[in-house]
Design a protein around this ligand. Structure first.
Ligand code: G1P
Length: 294
C-alpha cells in the first residue's frame, strides 16, 4: 500500500453573516468577536497549528478585511509598543501574524457549508485536509485534531469529530449512525443533517472538526441543496461512505460553542475563569454578584 498523503492544510470557513450577533457583526465578521481577549478565529488557527497544520485557508465573505489585518503585521502598532518598551504586548501583536501562513479565498454566493468547503478545492489539491468550524472551540488541554489526523493516516478516507449530546439537541447538528458501540473511534455508516430527535439514528452529533479525503470535492460538485436549501457538507460525506471509509472520533473533552449569544457568553466566562490572570478575581466576583443578585 502506498504511504498515506500527509495532512498539511487547514480550511476554515469564515463567510457566515453572523446575524445572531447583530449589530456587532454589521461591519466585522463574527469570527473576530473576542473570546476573553483574543478573537475567536485565533483560537481556531492556534488549534490547527498545534496539530501541525500551518497552511491555513480561510473561506471568507464580504467582511474579510479585519481577518486579513489580524493575521498580518501592524507595523505602526508594533513601533509604538516598541517605543514604549511594552514587550509583552508587542509579543501578542507579533504572535497573530507569525502563527501560520494564512490564505484567503472568497466563497461568492453563500450557498452553505459544503459550498464553502468546495471553494478550497484548488488550494487543497489532491491531499487529505482538515476543516475547522469557527463556532466550535476545543480546549487546548483536550487534543482532538491530532487524534483525528492519526486516524485518517491509519485508516484512509475521512474522519469526522462526534460528540454525544442530549437527544433533544440533536436537531441542531449533523448526526451519525455508527457500527457498534460509541467507543473512541467508530465506523460511520450514515450521516444526516439536523434530523428531528425522533428520526435521529443516534445522539452522536458532528462537531466542527473534519479531516476529509480530497474525493469530497468531486462529490460536493454533484451535491444538490439539502436541509435549509443549502449545499451541506454532511450530505457530501454521507455520499462518500459508499466508496471510502468514514470514521468518527468521539470527543469527550471540553468544547465551547460560540455560535449563539448565550453559548458565547458561557464560553467567555468558562475560558476567563480558567485563566491565571483573570480567573480567581472573576470567580470571586461572580460568587458575590450572584448572592447579592439573588
Ligand atoms: C454545521 C454542520 C453540522 C454540524 C455543525 C457543528 O452546522 O452543518 O452538521 O453539526 O456545524 O457546529 P451549523 O451549526 O453551521 O448550522
Amino acid at each position: 500500500m502506498p504511504a498515506p498523503r500527509p495532512v498539511t492544510k487547514a480550511v476554515i470557513p469564515a463567510a457566515g453573516l453572523g446575524t445572531r450577533f447583530l449589530p456587532a457583526t454589521k461591519a466585522s465578521p463574527k469570527e473576530m468577536l473576542p473570546v476573553v481577549d483574543k478573537p475567536a478565529i485565533q483560537y481556531v488557527v492556534e488549534e490547527a497549528v498545534r496539530a501541525g497544520l500551518d497552511d491555513v485557508l480561510m473561506v471568507t465573505g464580504r467582511n474579510k478585511r479585519p481577518l486579513e489585518d489580524h493575521f498580518d503585521r501592524n507595523v505602526e502598532l508594533e513601533h509604538a509598543l516598541q517605543e514604549k518598551g511594552d514587550l509583552a504586548k508587542l509579543a501578542l501583536v507579533h504572535e497573530a501574524s507569525q502563527l501560520a501562513t494564512v490564505h484567503y479565498v472568497r466563497q461568492g454566493d453563500p450557498k452553505g457549508l459544503g459550498h464553502a468547503v468546495l471553494a478550497a478545492a484548488q488550494h487543497v489539491g489532491d491531499e487529505p485536509f482538515a476543516v475547522l468550524l469557527g463556532d466550535d472551540l476545543i480546549d487546548e488541554r483536550d487534543p482532538l485534531l491530532e487524534h483525528m489526523i492519526a486516524v485518517q493516516q491509519r485508516e484512509g478516507g475521512s474522519v469526522v469529530a462526534l460528540m454525544e449530546v442530549p437527544i433533544e439537541a440533536i436537531s441542531l447538528y449533523g448526526c451519525a449512525a455508527i457500527d457498534g458501540p460509541p467507543g473512541d473511534v467508530v465506523r460511520i455508516t450514515g450521516l444526516v443533517e439536523k434530523p428531528p430527535a425522533d428520526e435521529a439514528p443516534s445522539n452522536l452529533a458532528i462537531i466542527g472538526r473534519y479531516v476529509l479525503s480530497p474525493s469530497v470535492f468531486a462529490v460536493l460538485r454533484q451535491t444538490p441543496p439539502g436541509r435549509g436549501g443549502e449545499i451541506q457538507l454532511t450530505d457530501a460525506i454521507q455520499a462518500l461512505i459508499a466508496t471510502e471509509p468514514v470514521h468518527g472520533v468521539v470527543f469527550r473533552g471540553r468544547r465551547y460553542d460560540t455560535g449563539d449569544r448565550l453559548d458565547y457568553l458561557k464560553a467567555v466566562i468558562q475560558l476567563a475563569a480558567d485563566r491565571d490572570d483573570l480567573g480567581p478575581l472573576l470567580v470571586d466576583w461572580l460568587r458575590g454578584w450572584l448572592t447579592t443578585r439573588g
